[in-house]
Design a protein around this ligand. Structure first.
Ligand code: UDP
Length: 235
């Protein structure tokens, strides 16, 4: 089982590495190197980036800020990550386009579904910035939404652990990793794979989700080739 078109969700936290805030250039360079192999092998890759390494709407709202305003700031934060990723990918000779859900035409293209698909067909990596363009949503949900829109075969959720466990492996040495799970189980047990809106959207559109450790060299290509590198969530 090989996937042809992949939607990769990269959280802001992933880009932050071990820093307390912002972007670790080494992490971004490593991602670019991994992705160059994906592109060289002819797979199509679209990325949704988060912004939690810079700004989180819910957190600012809990400190008193208007929630919608805070969320718009969060979405703008994701554009910084998207542009940073584009820069790293292009330095690795990967043609990349950033498409934003909030128009910022001086720095990126506006999101137009048909254009996004065209870029993929031409072998370009696309990075979706500004989330869904709507407050009260997350970039996890955006990943599921864009995956459905561009007809992606799978959603890859990049993490620093090698899948989903039945308990916290950092606390419980006998924690067991799930090879596969169904959407219903994830939703009813509230497993923190992605937020529930994202899971529900993937379920409705029959899009499998693979949760895996992107920091292990070659893992993304292995995941594309259907190797069991993490946890597969499906029907
Ligand atoms: N956000 C939003 N609508 C979206 C996507 C994101 O309002 O469709 C805002 C929200 O405030 C969120 C922030 O952007 O906290 C950063 O996104 P997210 O928390 O999903 O990033 P991640 O956790 O993946 O780093």
């Amino acid at each position: 089982m090989t996937y042809r078109r992949v939607l990769l969700k990269l959280s802001g936290e992933y880009l932050m590495g071990n820093l307390g805030y912002g972007i670790d250039p080494k992490v971004v360079a490593d991602i670019a190197e991994e992705i160059s192999e994906v592109v060289e092998q002819g797979f199509q890759l679209a990325i949704v980036v988060g912004g939690g390494n810079i700004f989180r709407g819910v957190k600012a709202a809990s400190a008193g800020m208007d929630r919608a305003t805070a969320d718009y700031i969060g979405m703008i934060a994701t554009v910084m990550n998207a542009m940073t990723l584009q820069d790293a990918l292009e330095r690795a000779n990967i043609p990349t386009r950033v498409l934003t859900a909030i128009a910022m035409q001086e720095v990126a293209e506006p999101y137009i579904r048909r254009r996004a698909i065209r870029h993929l067909e031409k072998g370009r990596v696309i990075v979706f910035g500004a989330g869904s363009g709507n407050p009260f949503f997350t970039t996890d949900t955006t990943a599921a939404l864009r995956a459905a829109e561009i007809d992606a075969d799978v959603v890859f959720k990049a993490t620093k652990v090698d899948g989903v466990y039945d308990s916290d492996p950092a606390l419980n040495p006998s924690a067991r990793r799930y090879q596969s799970l169904n959407y219903g189980h994830v939703l009813t047990h509230d497993l923190r794979v992605m937020d529930s809106t994202a899971i529900a959207l993937c379920k409705e559109n029959n899009i499998p989700i693979v949760i895996f450790d992107l920091s292990v060299r070659g893992n993304i290509v292995r995941a594309i080739q259907g190797e069991p590198v993490g946890t597969l969530v499906g029907g």
